[in-house]
Design a protein around this ligand. Structure first.
Ligand code: DGP
Length: 110
C-alpha cells in the first residue's frame, strides 16, 4: 500500500531495526519503546484491522501467533511479554497497517 510506513519497512524501502523476517511477517523495534524490549510484529500484507482480514490474511495472523512464541526468546522476551493489538482510532492505533506490539524484557506495570 502506497504511503504506508509499515509496508515500506517490510519491503526495505525505509530502514528499521529488524530482528526477524520471513515470507509472511517482519519483526522490528518500535521507534518509541514503552518497555525495555518493545518490538512490532507486522504482516507483510497490508490491512488495517482484524475486521478487514480475508481468509488468507487470517491464516497469516494465525501463523504469526504460532511463530511469535517460538522466536520470543531470541527477541529478549524469554520471561514473558505483553501482546497488544490496537484496533482503530479509539484504541490509539496510529499506523493503519495491522501490527502486534510485544512488550517485555522487564517486569511490566500491572
Ligand atoms: P499503534 O499506536 O498501535 O498504531 O502503534 C504504532 C507504533 O509504531 C508506535 O508505537 C510507534 C511505531 N512507529 C511509528 N512509526 C515508526 C517507524 O517509522 N519505525 C518504527 N520502528 N516504529 C514506528
Amino acid at each position: 500500500m502506497e504511503n504506508c510506513i509499515f509496508c515500506k519497512i517490510a519491503n526495505g524501502e525505509i530502514p528499521a531495526a529488524k530482528l526477524y523476517e520471513d515470507e509472511e511477517m517482519v519483526v522490528f523495534r518500535d521507534l518509541h519503546p514503552q518497555a525495555k524490549v518493545h518490538v512490532l510484529a507486522v504482516p507483510r500484507q497490508h490491512f488495517k484491522l482484524f475486521a478487514d482480514m480475508n481468509a488468507e490474511q487470517a491464516e497469516i495472523v494465525k501463523n504469526m501467533l504460532v511463530k511469535i512464541p517460538q522466536i520470543a526468546p531470541s527477541l529478549g522476551l524469554a520471561d514473558g511479554y505483553r501482546l497488544i493489538v490496537n484496533q482503530g482510532e479509539n484504541a490509539g492505533q496510529t499506523v493503519f497497517h495491522l501490527h502486534m506490539h510485544l512488550l517485555g524484557g522487564e517486569k511490566l506495570p500491572e
